[in-house]
Design a protein around this ligand. Structure first.
Ligand SMILES: [Fe+2]
Length: 369
């Protein structure tokens, strides 16, 4: 489908709701190297809230929690999300030239309104925003900050120096925002995003003999490829795929954020030094890579040493690594990717190889027992 939008919307920030924003911000700073550039809370006029704006390259995350005041209650909307999801993405904010036009056009095209256009003002100017629904409990926010000179938004102040000091950070941008949704929803949300924010479905992987992942995937992107929504749904409720189990256990929604880096091996080395733990993959995965003629000449031993996944398309390739979920509720996690020579895919071949490796591991364990 061709995008009806004249201009691609850009990612402004992503808001994560969490029971303990201050602690999570500390981890982003110390472990991942983010800088806290702004915060909001009691002393900035938002009693009962705590928000930290964390940046690394073009990645901007806002970590928000809410807490009961002596004579008040916690914010219902934040607390309801935390009760259900514990820690995860609530809002994806997109920078637009006109909030009114973006919102009206999305509603005309079928988007579900959540927040009508409003203005937030302080001495530094005006922020305009509006929001539409996304997936189960998420929102897309349209934001215009062209008339605002403040540090982030009204109600936010510059973070004190001691709060801001990440070690430099390794991420350049958000590569993709990935969701897991219920059976028969991925087509709906792909069309919804196309109509509401102008993405196009650039890849669709359906059920087939070649697809051993147990899921159906739809990749939705703006034409400049700077904003990508990956949507996965279980191929069948009978197959008990990982996606199906995730949805049954944790409910649908945004499952991971992928950050881009220019040098994944170096990023993994530095993050490991900071105590970051990564998801590991079976040795048989790398044995399969060694048998792949297309990968002849690649340094598989180095990939195995660093636990990095590889997907190759001609001369271009994708390197991937997953950070272990940091909350006790393991639905939401971060991925790190390095795209080399313009690789533009989403490692679909690689997911099949991983699946095959898992099966080999299970078989070898059975043989040993
Ligand atoms: Fe991903």
């Amino acid at each position: 489908m061709r995008s009806p939008f004249l201009q691609n919307y850009k990612l402004d920030h992503i808001e994560i709701l969490t029971p303990m924003a201050r602690t999570l911000a500390y981890w982003h700073v110390k472990a991942l190297g983010f800088h806290v550039t702004a915060y909001s809370g009691m002393d900035t006029g938002r009693p009962g809230f705590s928000s930290f704006v964390c940046r690394s390259g073009d990645v901007c995350l806002v970590l928000t929690s809410t807490y009961p005041m002596l004579s008040g209650t916690v914010d219902d909307e934040v607390q309801a999300f935390i009760n259900k999801h514990y820690c995860g993405v609530k809002r994806v904010s997109l920078l637009v030239d006109s909030v009114g036009e973006a919102f009206n056009s999305s509603i005309r095209n079928g988007a579900i309104p959540v927040q009508y256009p409003r203005k937030l003002e302080d001495g530094d100017g005006v922020i305009e925003e509006a929001a539409i629904k996304l997936y189960e409990d998420n929102e897309i926010v349209f934001i215009n900050r062209s008339r605002y000179q403040g540090v982030f938004k009204p109600g936010y102040a510059r973070a004190p120096a001691e709060a801001g000091g990440g070690w430099g950070g390794a991420f350049t941008s958000v590569d993709h925002i990935a969701a897991e949704v219920r059976i028969n929803e991925s087509q709906y949300w792909s069309e919804y995003l196309a109509n509401a924010v102008g993405t196009s479905m650039v890849q669709s992987i359906g059920a087939s003999d070649d697809n051993k992942t147990g899921m159906i995937l739809k990749i939705n992107q703006t034409s400049d490829r700077l904003l990508t929504f990956v949507i996965a749904e279980p191929e069948s409720y009978l197959k008990r795929s990982k996606v199906q189990k995730n949805i049954e256990t944790f409910g649908p929604g945004i499952h991971h954020l992928a950050f881009a880096t220019k040098n994944l091996q170096e990023t993994v080395r530095v993050l490991s030094q900071q105590g970051v733990e990564f998801v590991s993959f079976p040795p048989s995965y790398y044995d399969l890579l060694r048998k792949d003629n297309e990968l002849h000449g690649s340094d598989i031993a180095a990939l195995q040493r660093h636990g990095i996944l590889l997907d190759k398309e001609g001369d271009s390739y994708l390197l991937q690594k997953f950070i272990k979920p940091i909350s006790d509720r393991p639905f939401f996690l971060y991925e790190i990717v390095e795209r080399v020579n313009g690789y533009s895919g989403f490692a679909l071949k690689n997911i099949n190889v991983l699946k095959q490796a898992e099966e080999l591991e299970i078989m070898s364990r059975r043989e040993q027992s």
